[in-house]
Design a protein around this ligand. Sequence first.
Ligand code: SAM
Length: 301
Amino acid sequence: MRSHYAHLGLLSQLSSALGHESARLELRWMMQALREASNRQRGSSLAEMVARRMSGEPLQYILGSQPFGPLNLLARSPVLIPRPETEHWTMRLSEYVTPSASRPISLLDLCTGSGCIPLLLCHLWPSGSVRAFGVDIASEAIQLASENTAICGFHTPSDNPPSQSPSFRNTFRPILSDIRDPTFLRKSGLYPPFHVVTSNPPYIPRREYDSLPPSVRDFEDRRALLGDPDSEQGDGLTFYRDIARLVANEKLLADDGVLAVEVGKGQAKDVERILQDQAKLPKTTIWRDPWLIERVVVATR
Ligand SMILES: C[S@@+](CC[C@H](N)C(=O)[O-])C[C@H]1O[C@@H](n2cnc3c(N)ncnc32)[C@H](O)[C@@H]1O
């Protein structure tokens, strides 16, 4: 009885911040997360979870997970929470490129965060059809991506010698490195070219970063968001220029390869031009997200 009243109190607190319907749903998910966690570890209490939510923390960090297609990935601050628009284009890419165990491919995901993009592709493509690698500058991201790899049931190979035959299962290796360091490929033991290169890099211009909601700015890594890390100004497109340089100078992409990069609202045309002019990838298409915003530039030779 006492716990029933306690729950009603928490529900009323949460309702004041979120409205009754959202509060009811979120409280149910929190209780479910607590039940699931109780066998594995002693975590926080329901009251602590509600207090965190009242302070503006995103629900996914409190629950510790976020669905991404059929996967349920771990989510932990400050690693960027995978977004539905990213899930949408990753599913579409899984049908656009069709590897098989007899024609396996290699994939490099730049700025991999939780590893959501390569892990979903590893899940959707046939067994033994892809060897994937993901690079991120944040150790928290690489730790989380490694845990997600294990949870999704994929192996982490130690290297990618180009001649090695594919293993029986799809593999994903998260690597801690700075993609803006000109020597990062060599340092990371990565051997281009790759058949598929994907990226959802940081792309928010500084002026927009300052007006992001506190739930994003206070909990998600600014390195995951700010598109021009070296500048107070900028158009948010620094990472696309870096990626174009890698494609042009380091032969990152196979001749018949596919590059797919997520972009911010209103950036698609500029990124298309960068990839055509600087990466020398003349054929480009723009994919829209479910809200009809131009969200991804796909480029090939
Ligand atoms: C927008 S988040 C995308 C994360 C994930 N791919 C996703 O879609 O949810 C960008 C990621 O880029 C990483 N990052 C920022 N600067 C980087 C750099 N110089 N080299 C490698 N990764 C970087 C951040 O740590 C962050 O995880």
